[in-house]
Structures are given as structure tokens and as C-alpha cells.
Design a protein around this ligand. Structure first.
Ligand code: CMP
Length: 225
């Protein structure tokens, strides 16, 4: 594996060339096709994954089979570290959402890397703190907001991350799947479709075949009501 590829991973980005060379002895590369389940919640954890290129969804199932997305992780991010650290089973399911290239670190190698490279251990702790904050925010939203407000926040976040400003509105191109939105905000696809249609009738958003247009101020104002 070429050196600059290892440095694409956030937690490895500050290593010296010598350290990267040593680290590459521990590392195995793996390609996984889109929509492949990498592991299930409650499986024993034997390895950590670092994404060289692609994307992975971390999610839970409800007893009725509904999915809740905890996070979507992309190039440069890692996952699967929790069960290696606490010895418990996997805390969630993981599935590729694109063709994805990984670096895989087996449990003992991961623990060796943590001990040998304090800079990596510190970065992992930092990323885990960010994830706890995001999980706290998610708990707050589930406890305090209704589904309309959660959907408003979700669309606003999506528009900020991927939208393009056009005058008074923000436009997001591509097919935004109602099921993906539902899994992220803890509701059903039917509820998302029903609310989006109602908002279109009220003029908050406009839905086109491969585009969503958001009138940001109007939509966000409904959060304050
Ligand atoms: P592990 O429990 O080994 O397997 C599932 C992985 O999903 C877990 O390690 C973390 O890497 C990741 N994960 C679990 N919960 C979250 C979350 N709330 N946000 C981001 N990643 C998570």
C-alpha cells in the first residue's frame, strides 16, 4: 500500500514516514462491494475498520425490524473500535453504502498500535468524544422534538452539507430516498413522504424528480413556532 493512502485516514495523518512504514506491517487491505453487511450487532468484535475510500452506515434494528441510522461514516473515518476496547459484542450493525476500500486492523494489532503510538490513541479518543456529543444531540432530539421538528433539522443539516444556494433557496440534487431520511430520524418512509408533501403544499419546500428545493427561512421558522 502506498504511504499517502495510509495518511488519508484521519487518525494516521500525523505519523512520520518511518512510523507509516512500521504501521503498514500490521495492516491488511480489503475491498467490499456496495450494500454488504460487514457485521451484525452482538457479533464478537475481532477487527477495526478504517475507510480508505467509500462509505459505511452504522445502524440498529428495532424489535419490529425498523432501522435507525446512528452514523454514516466516510473516507478517512474508522469504526469497530468499541468492541475491541471493551471486549463486549458489536454495539451496532455496519453496512457499506458504496463500493468501499478498507484498512483492517485485527484486535491485537489495534491494541499494539494504541500502545506504540500515543498520537493515534489521542486522535481516537477525540473522535470518540465527537461521536458521544453527536449521540447526545440525537438523544436530545428524540426526547424533545416531534417528528416534524426532527425532519426540519435533518433537511436543514442535509442542505448545509450538500446543498447549493440559489437566491432565497437551497437546492439539493440527486435522489434523496425517503427511507434513508426515515431511518435517520426514527420514523417510517410513509410518514416522511406525508410530511414532505404537506410542506410542499404549504410552500416550504419543492420536490422535483431528482431535486429538493428548500426555502430555508420559511422551513426553519416553523421550528420556532
Ligand atoms: P463496535 O461496537 O465494535 O461495532 C459497531 C461500531 O459502530 C462501533 O464499534 C463504533 O465504531 C460504531 N458506532 C457505534 N455507535 C456509534 C455512533 N453513535 N456514532 C458513530 N459510530 C458508532
Amino acid at each position: 500500500m502506498v504511504k499517502h493512502e495510509i495518511k488519508k485516514i484521519g487518525i494516521f495523518s500525523e505519523l512520520s514516514d518511518d512510523e507509516v512504514k512500521k504501521l503498514s506491517l500490521y495492516i491488511k487491505e480489503q475491498h467490499v462491494d456496495k450494500n454488504t453487511e460487514l457485521f451484525h450487532q452482538d457479533d464478537p468484535g475481532d477487527a477495526m475498520y478504517l475507510i480508505l475510500k467509500g462509505g459505511v452506515r452504522i445502524y440498529l434494528y428495532s424489535p419490529a425490524g425498523r432501522e435507525l441510522t446512528l452514523a454514516v461514516l466516510r473516507t478517512g473515518q474508522f469504526f469497530g473500535e468499541m468492541s475491541l476496547l471493551d471486549g463486549m459484542p458489536r454495539s451496532a450493525n455496519a453496512m457499506t453504502i458504496e463500493d468501499t476500500d478498507f484498512i483492517v486492523l485485527k484486535r491485537n494489532d489495534f491494541l499494539n498500535v494504541l500502545q506504540s503510538y500515543p498520537v493515534i490513541a489521542t486522535k481516537i479518543l477525540k473522535d470518540m468524544s465527537i461521536r458521544v456529543r453527536e449521540a447526545d444531540a440525537m438523544i436530545e432530539d428524540f426526547a424533545l422534538l416531534n417528528v416534524y421538528d426532527r425532519l426540519t433539522k435533518y433537511i436543514d443539516k442535509l442542505m448545509k452539507a450538500e446543498g447549493k444556494k440559489e437566491g432565497y433557496c437551497t437546492v439539493i440534487s440527486g435522489n434523496i430516498k425517503r427511507q434513508d431520511i426515515a431511518n435517520a430520524i426514527g420514523t417510517t418512509r410513509e410518514t416522511v413522504s406525508r410530511i414532505l408533501s404537506a410542506w410542499q403544499r404549504k410552500g416550504y419546500i419543492k420536490l422535483l424528480p431528482s431535486k429538493m428545493i428548500m426555502y430555508r427561512d420559511i422551513l426553519l421558522n416553523r421550528l420556532k413556532k
